[in-house]
Design a protein around this ligand. Sequence first.
Ligand code: CA
Length: 231
Amino acid sequence: MAAQIMVVEDEPAVARGVQVALEREGHDVFVAPTGEEALARFADVAPQLVVLDVRLPGIDGFEVCRRLRRESRVPVLFLTARADEVDKVVGLEIGADDYLVKPFSVRELASRVKALLRRAYGELADAQGGGTLRRGDLVIDLERRRVSRDGVRLSLTTTEFDLLRHLAAKPGRVYTRSQLLELVRDYAALEQDERTINVHISHIREKIEVNPAQPRYIRTVRGVGYAFAED
Ligand code: CA
């Protein structure tokens, strides 16, 4: 995937090399020469990954990472120059996801970035575009819009499929009936009542659940709405 990446590095030659290497891979790169600037611009740049040098003028990379972690789980790849810094990156629980020791090859950098992005966003990418969601015995094929359980194809309507896909993309997330209605409004033009959602959910359960009276997949959250079960 092509990503928005923030590179925090004060040495212009290193920053430039990293930027060129990542842009060659199709990423958009924003370079911040200090930790202060990285933190100030974090919200509006909204990077999907941060490449963070340990040694910076002003606050160092460790402190930048600590502060980022208060608001974000964005993957962080540290650049370090020395073994004792590596110990600190690995030993301290500051939320680093990976590190590279200088000097590193840009090829190595690109491959680490790719792996981190896949690890962090693989499931999200599936949920947004094509791909497949696997939940227990259920397989939801997002491209072909097919659902099967234990290899047996199930027949869902368009509305039922879209409701299931949204719920299953984020297990544990609770959706209110009005949120779910919003998701399927195009198909439900004649039936705007939120109770419609109960009917659709009941139909989905009859199709996907072994025992619809004791649903394993879609939980009712009393007084609120529905959530897909966390495994
Ligand atoms: Ca530096």
